[in-house]
Ligand binder design. Structure first.
Ligand SMILES: Cc1ncc(COP(=O)(O)O)c(C=O)c1O
Length: 357
C-alpha cells in the first residue's frame, strides 16, 4: 500500500520515560508528536508532524464561540503476532469525520490527511503503544474553526490536529446506568449523528446528576416523548430479550453511528445470531426487566469496547441484571472476540485490522 509521507520535525527529547505504560492513566499524557494541517484559501495546506505542543489562540477564534469543532476517537493496539501497532477500521473513522464535517459546515478531509497521516504519525510514535492486556493508544483527530472573527458565519480557516494518549481498560467492572427523561442529547434534524464537540458539552450536566445518584451513565431517550431509546453516554446500547439481540436503529439520525456497534452487529450475524436494528422503547425494556425476559444489556464504543451493564434505573426503581458466565453472556463473548481481533489473537474475518509498519 502506498502511503503519503509528511515532513517530520522530531522532538528534542522523548517524554516516554515519564509515563507508566504498564498502567496508563487515560487522557493525561500525550505522545511526543502530533500531526497538524491548516485549511486556508479553500484548501488543506502545510501538513506536518511536529513535537506535541500548546496552541496559541486568538480570543475571537471562531470555534470557541460558535462550536464548529468536531473530532474522532480510535485506537492503536499492540498487535501480538507482529509486535507492531495495529489500527482498527480507521477508514470508517475517516468517513464518519467527513459526515461530521458536512453537518457542521466544515471542510472534508482527503483520505491521506486522515488515514495516511495516522500511519505516518504512529510510525514516529510507535513506542507509545502500550503492550499490557486491555491497553491501547487512544488517537484523537480533531478539527476546529480558526477564523479570528467574532461574527457568526462558517469559518473560512480551520486547523486539524491528530494526537495520541496511552489508555488502560475503560470500565473494568459492570456499571449501573439509568434512563434520562428530562434532558436530551439530540433531536431529529439536530447534530446527534455528528461527533460535534457541543453534543458532549450539553450531555455533561445531566450525566453529572445521574452520577450523584450512583449511576455511571445515562440512557438517552428521544427528545419528543422520551420513549424511544437512543444510546448511553459515549456508547451505543444493546439489549438481549428472549435470546434476541436488539439495538436502536440509526435511521432517525439522533445517535452516533458507532464503529464498535457495527462491528458487534457484523460479528453476531457472522455467528448466526439475529440482531434487530429498530426502535426499542423504554416500555419494552422495562417489561423485559420486570418479567425477567431481558437478560443482558451492554454498551459498545471505542473507549470501552464492550461495557457490561450491572443494572438499570427507571424513575424511582432500580433493576439489577444477573451476572452471567462467559458461556451465557453474549456481551462477554463479543468483548473477547472483538479484543482478540484487535490484538491479533483471533482471526479477523472482515479484514478490519491494519498493521502499521
Ligand atoms: C455519543 C457516542 N455514541 C457512541 C459512540 C461509540 O462509537 P464508536 O464505537 O465508533 O467508538 C461514541 C464514541 O465514539 C460516542 O461518542
Amino acid at each position: 500500500m502506498q502511503i503519503r509521507t509528511f515532513p517530520v520535525e522530531k522532538a528534542a527529547q522523548t517524554k516516554i520515560h515519564q509515563v507508566n505504560l504498564d498502567q496508563p492513566t487515560f487522557g493525561k499524557f500525550f505522545t511526543d508528536h502530533m500531526f497538524v494541517a491548516d485549511y486556508r484559501n479553500g484548501q488543506w495546506q502545510n501538513p506536518r508532524i511536529v513535537p506535541f505542543q500548546r496552541l496559541s489562540l486568538h480570543p475571537a477564534t471562531s470555534a470557541l464561540h460558535y462550536g464548529q469543532s468536531i473530532f474522532e476517537g480510535l485506537k492503536a493496539f499492540h498487535h501480538r503476532p507482529t509486535g507492531r501497532p495495529a489500527l482498527f477500521r480507521v477508514e470508517d473513522n475517516w468517513r464518519r469525520m467527513n459526515r461530521s464535517a458536512q453537518r457542521m459546515c466544515m471542510p472534508e478531509l482527503p483520505r491521506e490527511l486522515f488515514v495516511d497521516a495516522i500511519y505516518e504519525w504512529l510510525s514516529v510514535d510507535a513506542d507509545w503503544v502500550p503492550k499490557g492486556e486491555g491497553t491501547s493508544l487512544y488517537i484523537r483527530p480533531f478539527m476546529f474553526a480558526a477564523d479570528e472573527y467574532v461574527g457568526i458565519r462558517p469559518s473560512e480557516t480551520y486547523q486539524y490536529i491528530i494526537f495520541g494518549s496511552p489508555a488502560g481498560p475503560y470500565y473494568p467492572a459492570p456499571i449501573p446506568i439509568r434512563f434520562e427523561f428530562k434532558y436530551s442529547r439530540a433531536c431529529e434534524g439536530g447534530t446527534g449523528a455528528a461527533k460535534a464537540a457541543g453534543n458532549y458539552g450539553g450531555s455533561l450536566y445531566p450525566a453529572q446528576l445521574a452520577m450523584e445518584e450512583g449511576y455511571r451513565q445515562l440512557i438517552w431517550t428521544d427528545a419528543c416523548r422520551h420513549q424511544i431509546i437512543e444510546e448511553s453516554g459515549t456508547m451505543n446500547i444493546f439489549f438481549v430479550i428472549d435470546g434476541r439481540v436488539i439495538t436502536p436503529s440509526i435511521r432517525r439520525g439522533t445517535i452516533l453511528e458507532g464503529i464498535t456497534r457495527d462491528s458487534v452487529i457484523q460479528l453476531l450475524r457472522h455467528r448466526n445470531i439475529t440482531v434487530e436494528e429498530r426502535d426499542i422503547t423504554v416500555d419494552e425494556v422495562v417489561d423485559g426487566l420486570e418479567s425477567g425476559r431481558l437478560t443482558e444489556v451492554f454498551g459498545t464504543g471505542t473507549a470501552a469496547s464492550v461495557a457490561f451493564i450491572s443494572g438499570i434505573g427507571y424513575r424511582d426503581k432500580h433493576y439489577d441484571l444477573p451476572e452471567l458466565s462467559e458461556e451465557e453472556s453474549i456481551a462477554r463473548q463479543m468483548k473477547k472476540l472483538l479484543e482478540g481481533i484487535k490484538y491479533g489473537t483471533e482471526a479477523d474475518p472482515f479484514g478490519w485490522v491494519t498493521i502499521v509498519e
